[in-house]
Design a protein around this ligand. Structure first.
Ligand SMILES: O=P(O)(O)OC[C@@H](O)[C@@H](O)c1c[nH]c2ccccc12
Length: 261
């Protein structure tokens, strides 16, 4: 079984347990459930902003521990202060060392927050709303086009935006009217291989009315410039910052470099 199948299998058990623990009617009572959401699409289309979606990630199946000591408020606040257009916060516990509490804590910032997890059920989308997320992720590799459509429609009913993540060309059919933000993952979630050229070729086949986001394996300002030349508006970066003792400072330096010349 590949790692993605393992994660999804575990996710099904986890979601079933969480549903029993906290019914949707309880989620709806939580403080953030009805807060006004921020639009990631709007932040990404603003030319005055950086376009960078900075991620808080402690560990991953491909890299193991990336940063065991980082504090979510300290790091995400620095990301926001130094110009992130969005924040991505892992909430998967077992494989990525994230949590619901991390996302709730990251909510102190006035920039759009993406709940980074493996969504397979409407319940998780209601949870995302209750945590204070503005955007959810739908990964084509673990959903059918009909499931994407169904989950994206449900997200929209809760005013959440959807980032649809693609990796292979045969996933282009997962794009639908409800998925305005389309990410191309440079990393294959099954083999962990990173191939930026492949993403650039694939990007040409994404409809022009979608907002394109490059995800994973981005480690230089030159990478960002290349993606910009190919009409990408968003750049999702995690490890490049999280691997440093002070991710916020690493982000700040990166932005300074991006904005020079
Ligand atoms: O740390 P990186 O290589 O900059 O990648 C960030 C992000 O794209 C990556 O964490 C990611 C992309 N798609 C995912 C799906 C689930 C969990 C994590 C991810």
């Amino acid at each position: 079984m590949n790692i993605l199948d393992k994660i999804i299998e575990h996710k099904r058990t986890e979601v079933a347990e969480r549903k029993k623990q906290t019914p949707v009617s309880e989620l709806e009572q939580q403080a953030f459930f009805n807060r006004p959401v921020l639009s990631l699409a709007q932040f990404l289309l603003d030319d005055a902003k950086t376009g960078i979606i900075a991620e808080f990630k402690r560990k991953s199946p491909s890299k193991g521990i990336i940063n065991g000591a980082a504090d979510v408020v300290e790091v995400t606040s620095a990301y926001a202060r130094f110009g992130a257009s969005g924040l991505s916060v892992l909430t998967d516990e077992l494989f990525f060392g994230g949590s619901t509490a991390d996302l709730i804590r990251a909510r102190v910032n006035q920039v759009p927050v993406l709940r980074k997890d493996f969504m397979i059920d409407e319940y998780q989308i209601a949870e995302a709303r209750a945590m204070g997320a503005d955007v959810i992720l739908l990964i084509a590799a673990c959903l059918t086009p009909a499931e994407v459509k169904r989950l994206a429609t449900f997200a929209a009913s809760l005013q959440l935006e959807v980032l649809l993540e693609l990796h292979a060309e045969d996933e282009l059919e997962h794009i639908c009217d409800e998925t305005k933000l389309v990410g191309i993952n440079n990393r294959n979630l099954k083999t962990f291989e990173v191939d930026i050229d492949r993403s650039l070729r694939m990007a040409e086949r994404i409809p022009a009315d979608k907002i394109k986001i490059a995800e994973s394996g981005i480690s230089s300002v030159a990478n960002i410039r290349l993606f910009k030349e190919h009409d990408f508006r968003g750049f999702l970066i995690g490890e490049n910052f999280m691997k440093e003792a002070h991710p916020g400072e690493a982000f700040h330096k990166f932005i300074a470099q991006l904005e020079s010349k």
